[in-house]
Design a protein around this ligand. Structure first.
Ligand code: FER
Length: 246
C-alpha cells in the first residue's frame, strides 16, 4: 500500500493505493466513501480487497472535509467533491501503469460517482454506485436532509443534524444538482448494489437508478443496511463477479 496526497486546487486529498498481489500495471478503480465517512471504513476496505483479488488496482481517496484530507466537514459541498473527483481523475489519467479507469463510491460518494460518470463518460470503463444517495439534491429542494428540516426557499446559515453540522452552502449547492441529467449521459456499464433495508438511502433509489441507466445491473442485498454491516460478503461477491465478467 502506498499512502500520499493528491492536490485538488490547493486542497490536499489523502489517498491510499493498493495493488493486487504481483500486479503493477492494469485497470484501476477509484473508490470514494460517503457523507461523514473516510477511506478506512470497514465496507470501503472490504470492497478494495475484493477488487484487488480480481486484479484491479484500487485508489481510495478522502474527499474535502473528510478523513485526513484538507477542509472542514461543515464547509464541504457537492461542488467541492466534484472538483476533488475531477482532480483525482486527472491524476489517474497521468499514471502510465493504468490501462482502464473505473469509479466506485458509497452513498454520497455514489451520487458523486453518478455525476462524474456523466461528466467523464469517455474516460470511465464502468461505474459502481453503492447505495447511491442521489436523492440528496431532491431532499435539499424539499427542505429535509437526514432528518434535519429547513425552509428550502430561505436557506439557514447552518444546519444541525444528530452529530454533524453543515453550512448553508451545502444546501445551496445541492439544490442546483440534477443527477438524472448525468445518469442519461453515461451509457457504459453500471453496477448498483443496494441493501433493501437501507435506513439512510431508501432502496427505491437504487432500483430507480438501475432503471434509468441504459446499461445497469442492480444487485439487491436482502436484509442489508446502509453500510453493509450484515452481509458484506454479498457485496464483495457482486463486485468480484462484475469485474470477472468484463
Ligand atoms: C441525506 C441522505 C443521505 C443526506 C446525506 C445522505 C446530507 C448521505 C449518506 C451517506 O453518504 O452515507 O439527506 O443529506
Amino acid at each position: 500500500m502506498k499512502e500520499f496526497y493528491i492536490d485538488s486546487d490547493g486542497t490536499k486529498l489523502h489517498a491510499k493505493l493498493d495493488y493486487p498481489e504481483g500486479i503493477e500495471k492494469g485497470p484501476l478503480c477509484i473508490l470514494i466513501h460517503g457523507f461523514t465517512g473516510w477511506l478506512d471504513e470497514d465496507h470501503i476496505i472490504a470492497v478494495q480487497k475484493a477488487m484487488n483479488e480480481v486484479g484491479i488496482i484500487v485508489l481510495r481517496v478522502d474527499m474535502y472535509g473528510h478523513g485526513l484530507s484538507g477542509g472542514e466537514f461543515k464547509h464541504h459541498t457537492l461542488y467541492k467533491w466534484v472538483t476533488n473527483a475531477l482532480s483525482v481523475m486527472e491524476y489517474v489519467k497521468g499514471l502510465d501503469f493504468v490501462t482502464d479507469i473505473y469509479l466506485c463510491g458509497h452513498s454520497q460518494g455514489g451520487l458523486l460517482t453518478m455525476l462524474i460518470g456523466g461528466m467523464c463518460a469517455d474516460d470511465l470503463k464502468a461505474i459502481i454506485p453503492l447505495s447511491p444517495a442521489w436523492m440528496i439534491p431532491e431532499d435539499a429542494r424539499r427542505g429535509e436532509l437526514l432528518g434535519a428540516t429547513f425552509d428550502p426557499a430561505h436557506i439557514p446559515d447552518m444546519l444541525k443534524g444528530w452529530d454533524w453540522e453543515l453550512s448553508g452552502d451545502y444546501i445551496r449547492v445541492a439544490q442546483t444538482i440534477h443527477p438524472e441529467d448525468e445518469i442519461a449521459r453515461y451509457k457504459g456499464p453500471v453496477l448498483i448494489i443496494h441493501g433493501d433495508e437501507d435506513e439512510a438511502v431508501p432502496y427505491f433509489y437504487g432500483k430507480k437508478a438501475a432503471e434509468l441507466y441504459k446499461n445497469a445491473k442492480l444487485v439487491t442485498v436482502y436484509g442489508e443496511d446502509h453500510c453493509y454491516t450484515r452481509h458484506i460478503d454479498k457485496v464483495t461477491e457482486a463486485v468480484k463477479e462484475f469485474f470477472l465478467q468484463k
